[in-house]
Design a protein around this ligand. Sequence first.
Ligand code: BES
Ligand code: MN
Ligand code: ZN
Length: 507
Amino acid sequence: MTALTLSTSSAATLRADAIVVGVAKGPKGPVVAPGAEAVDKAFDGKLATVLETLGAGGGEGEVTKLPVLSGLKAPVVLAVGLGDQPAKGDGFAEETLRRAAGTAARALTGTKKAAFALPVEDAESVAAIGEGALMGAYAFTAYRGNGAAKKDAKSAPLAEAVILGAKPRDKAFKAAAERAAAVAAEVNRARDLINMPSNDLDPKSFAAEAQAAAKEFGLKVEVLDEKALLKGGYGGLMGVGQGSATPPRLVRLAYTHPKAEKTLALVGKGITYDSGGISLKPAGHNETMKCDMAGAAAVFAAVVAVARLGLKVNVTGWLALAENMPSGNATRPGDVLKMYSGKTVEVLNTDAEGRLVLADALTRASEENPDAIVDVATLTGAMVLALGNRTFGVMANDDAFRTSLYEIAEEVGEQAWPMPLPAELRKSMDSPVADLANMGERMGGGLVAGLFLQEFVGEGIAWAHLDIAGPAFHESAPYGYTPKGGTGSSVRTLVRLAERTADGDLG
Ligand code: BES
Ligand code: MN
Ligand code: ZN
């Protein structure tokens, strides 16, 4: 991954292949943002005019490359748009800096070392620029041919990012940079797993990834294989996974801190491929379904991030892994599954499989009586219809907890929105043969799914459900630090939740 360092060197003397500066949209044209004074000086104080001449206005996402004739060691200046200039006295929003650094890092593909001369006001801005640069520099290259394309230096991600204006020995700055590097590395881990095609990432190999990471980061790991799941009565996981040639797994990944006062349980939907099963998805709806394990990837990555940061909280990650395939062994619509909780579920639609694997994992997680449970899942198309492609829905059995999660997401620059769990929708899942059915009313389908999950959460445990079906996988053009493909949605929210829990800020 891209290396991240801090420096107080002047942009004029620092050796780098490019210098990144910010340009904001002022009332009368582009304005060079603070942090780029030395660069402006190398352009005789006329950097804004030069940019304007080239048609740059400072709009968000805008990138302008300039050659350097003299005054700087770097041969190239890259001006990145920051959007509207903030009101006097206000700084740039963290997410503005994060996205601008990401846009710049993407535009610097093929560059070795870039210095970021963006506005640094405090440790938070350092963290935002660092995260943005390292997430923006992400590229998924594992499946590129071994030929020239793979080795082409021009397509190599930015190798080194230096943030200027931040003392490397300053404790707060140093911690911010280290945190940014850890969080970005884990967001990128989640992205790699999501992008990995389902012929290589199946429940078994996913579990092996968790075991390898557990070894590396000193986590406790347990894997229930199909025999253990059958013996244990995990009817949800087994029912979904039984049509696949690669059987299901339930992974428990635990980070503990000797002084922790609270325990968080994170539960992730890990459908390594969702064909829909016997209720097969039509063409046009299955091309991106390798992403249906994005919840488990986010949980996995968040647990590792918490371990890297050594937070004073216990965090247990549950990865509910299965592949949803049609076959002679597959669950049929109308089949009844006996879940791990003992409840029976009539499977009306085998494509509503996420809730079945999550139900078992939620019951199992509840047995350990954690202080809170958060599940993350690419659960419903209905949530995508409701909130679009960039926003995840937050549902909960506790209003304060839902509000906290929504606020945390906002704080870390993830788009989220609170959604209700209207009690009257529950009866739409009544079944004539079983305790409940795995689907109900179509209207409010995302909320119906949330109500299904709620049935499997232990009594008295605060629980929230993040439906990331929209933002988990980005299909259109990259923007800011968001690439095409897996995004790592919710990793940053989960890590901040763990930090807040460690700090005793939550109930
Ligand atoms: N994995 C899908 C949901 C999904 C849709 C994720 C689009 C990402 C993008 C889920 O398993 C599913 O198929 N849900 C069904 C539920 C329905 C059958 C009750 C849906 O949303 O259509
Ligand atoms: Mn499905
Ligand atoms: Zn699914």
